[in-house]
Design a protein around this ligand. Structure first.
Ligand code: TPP
Length: 326
């Protein structure tokens, strides 16, 4: 897969957008503006950015309870995302979804999901739909390393394999499911070995390396689009912050957190772009300035937006008719 300078810049913009959105989400959450929980993606930006760089605009994704990065990387707007976190009527889902249930079909975001592995069946169903409709759309299903222990993961991947569905399973391996370490719950050091059980390719990757993720995702997307079936990508990337905001991580060794901080993918990629003379300091700064203006506008938008009216509480909650598959 060839990459030009615009692609390199787009991946930096994507990673920086996710980072700044989340830093801002933490600030507004701490100020009491966000009801419910927020789970940040800080340290894993290279995964969603690399995978979504390999997808087309008509392809689909499903996200997790930690979905801000998935949504932004697939092209969603910051202002309506932040308004959704606030529970405002101008949010993507009119304030009824919140941080963990954001969806936007126009961007191909079929939905984030608070149920661990909840997106796996939905994503696999969407891939089956693509195959039946012969529309060429590939699905990227994001999930955590804890989620691969759910029975629904096994059932879905098995079906995707036997039916050669156009899907890639992107396992975001941070090494923890809340306070349970992956080492305690999975008797493998290379999680991609799970793929062997389904007779499909499994790739073990440095999830901090956006270029490695993009390359592996590109090959998996091509395979899926050609009708050759699913791939499991395991992107290893321990995060810096805790499971959710407010989690002080008492269960986690300090060195683990320090190692994640030292491997921060954002300065690493920025430095790569500079030292390889791909982008200049001025070009990087221009991207950062634009993103920072986007963040400020998003906060203003969310702050000034109205809450939904009480009488709208049940609107848009149930589908009146099933979508047509004609
Ligand atoms: C079916 C189900 N069981 C338990 C939970 C509670 N829970 C929320 S997140 C989480 C850990 C998920 O770990 P992982 O899939 O590795 O994702 P991560 O949070 O590390 O990104 C758990 C157990 C849930 N939301 N859904």
């Amino acid at each position: 897969m060839t990459i030009n300078n615009n692609d390199f810049a787009a991946m930096y913009r994507s990673m920086y957008r996710i980072r700044r959105f989340e830093e801002t989400a933490i600030e507004v959450f701490s100020a009491g503006k966000v009801p419910g929980f927020i789970h940040t993606y800080i340290g894993q930006e290279a995964i969603a950015s690399g995978v979504c760089a390999a997808l087309g605009p008509n392809d689909y994704i499903t996200g997790t309870h930690r979905g801000h990065g998935h949504n932004l990387a697939k092209g969603m707007q910051m202002d309506r995302m932040l308004a959704e976190l606030y529970g405002k009527a101008t949010g993507y889902n009119k304030g009824k979804g919140g941080s963990m249930h954001i969806a936007d079909f126009s961007c191909g975001v079929l939905g984030c999901n608070a149920i661990v592995a909840g997106g796996v069946g939905l994503a696999t169903g969407a891939a089956w739909g693509s195959q039946l409709q012969k529309n060429g759309r590939v699905v990227a299903c994001f999930l955590g390393d804890g989620a691969i222990n759910r029975g629904s993961f096994h059932e879905a991947v098995n079906l995707a394999s036997v039916w050669s569905l156009p899907i890639i399973y992107v396992v975001e391996a941070n090494g923890w499911a809340i306070s349970a370490s992956t080492a305690q719950s999975i008797n493998l050091t290379d999680l991609s070995e799970r793929a062997k059980a389904y007779g499909i390719p499994g790739v073990n990757l440095d999830g901090y390396d956006v270029l490695a993720v993009r390359e592996a995702a590109g090959a998996a997307v091509e395979r899926a689009r050609n009708g050759d079936g699913p791939t499991i990508l395991v992107c290893n990337a321990p995060r810096i912050r805790g499971h959710e905001e407010g989690d002080a991580q008492p269960y986690r060794p300090k060195e683990d957190i320090e190692k994640a901080r030292a491997n921060d993918p954002l300065p690493r990629y920025r430095n790569y772009l500079l030292t390889q003379s791909i982008l200049t300091e001025a070009a990087l700064k221009a991207i950062e300035d634009e993103v920072n203006a986007e963040v400020m506008a998003a906060v203003k938008f969310a702050d000034e937006s109205p809450f939904p009216e009480p009488e709208d509480a049940l609107k848009d909650t149930f589908a009146k008719e099933l979508p047509s598959y004609a």
